[in-house]
Ligand binder design. Structure first.
Ligand code: GRF
Length: 321
């Protein structure tokens, strides 16, 4: 099994979500481990829990410090612990934009509402006051705008007659304790999940003009140019012929180019069996930190190599502006 993803959990209070994350991480096969629990409140109950579990802790009151300084100290502790992801679990601080941007795509939060409804505070009271049938919880990516990043997972929780914000909060937390460990595990595994990788490639490939998906020798392939005259410009290869790679096969200009790429960046490129002979390169997707803009460029280039003139002419004309 691949190495576990190292996560730092930031808390301000009880830390029950953090505890759920910790215990889920102790189940065999969990793809992450909690390497640090950090708080802006040295008295947070969750810190004592983490210490008892043998997890490194860090606490620094925010009072008397600027937001930037406090964030910088928290971030330094996270880096020191070697964490690759930051998981916010009841961390009651607004983070500075720079901090959030540096961790874009690697910072998650859990929010007690069915986002996009009820961003911010007092979510349960607001849901009850609005007469909603359900409250709930959402796990989302953190972006500079509060509670507005991509939602990764949600659970709805019915609002019962006579529910108070407190009684509802308690039931929502039960749901959160199930949701958060699963959402974090799925998220840190995304980079090696063939279905997630294919979905991403498919979205990019089908965004190019006049493309369609068609299976070829059992693999998803992408074509341009219509039903009959169409040609393949990309294939999605999931661990073909004994390789460990999940890769996008795209057309290079020549065998020399292909061999150069494979030799100079063997962690990014490989020479695929069979296809390699005709100059197709494999761009390895099941590795952390894939540059998806580069993947999109490969797709566009490969598309352009086989697209009919009537299509490339339009694009060339557009490029000329
Ligand atoms: C949770 O309800 C979470 O959704 C919100 O803060 C609460 C934290 O609870 N962001 P706990 O400290 O994990 O018990």
């Amino acid at each position: 099994m691949a190495e576990k993803a190292r996560i730092a959990v930031l808390i301000s209070g009880a830390g029950t979500n953090m505890a759920a994350l910790v215990y889920a991480s102790r189940i065999a096969g969990c793809p992450y481990e909690v390497v640090l629990v950090a708080s802006n409140d040295p008295a947070a109950a969750g810190l004592a829990f983490a210490a008892a579990e043998g997890i490194a802790t860090f606490a620094l009151p925010h009072k008397g410090r600027t937001r930037e300084d406090h964030d910088a100290a928290m971030e330094a502790a996270v880096l020191e612990a070697g964490a690759a992801y930051i998981v916010l679990a009841g961390y009651m601080r607004i983070l500075s934009d720079g901090f959030v941007e540096r961790w874009a795509g690697r910072m998650l939060n859990i929010h007690p509402s069915l986002l996009p409804r009820y961003k911010g505070l007092d979510t349960h009271a607001r849901a009850i006051a609005a007469g909603d049938s359900h409250a709930g919880t959402s796990v989302h990516l953190v972006t500079p705008e509060l509670d507005a990043g991509e939602v990764l997972a949600q659970i709805a929780v019915p609002i019962a007659p006579g529910d108070t914000p407190e009684s509802l909060a308690e039931r929502v937390k039960l749901a959160e304790h199930q949701l958060y460990p699963r959402a974090v595990a799925d998220y840190v595994s995304r980079w090696r999940d063939p279905a997630a990788l294919l979905a991403r490639v498919r979205a990019l490939a089908l965004a190019l003009p006049e493309t369609e998906e068609r299976e070829s020798h059992g693999s998803p392939g992408f074509r341009v140019g219509g039903e009959k005259a169409g040609r393949f410009f990309a294939y999605f290869a999931d661990q073909h012929h004994g390789t460990p790679h999940i890769s996008l096969l795209a057309r290079t200009g020549s065998m020399d180019e292909l061999l150069n790429l494979v030799e100079s960046q063997p962690e990014v490129y490989h020479k695929p069996a069979y296809y390699g002979a005709s100059g197709w390169v494999g761009i390895i997707l099941n590795r952390p930190g894939v540059d998806w803009d580069e993947v999109a460029e490969w797709l566009a280039r490969s598309w352009r190599a086989v697209a009919p003139k009537r299509l490339t002419r339009l694009i060339d004309a557009a490029d000329a502006f």
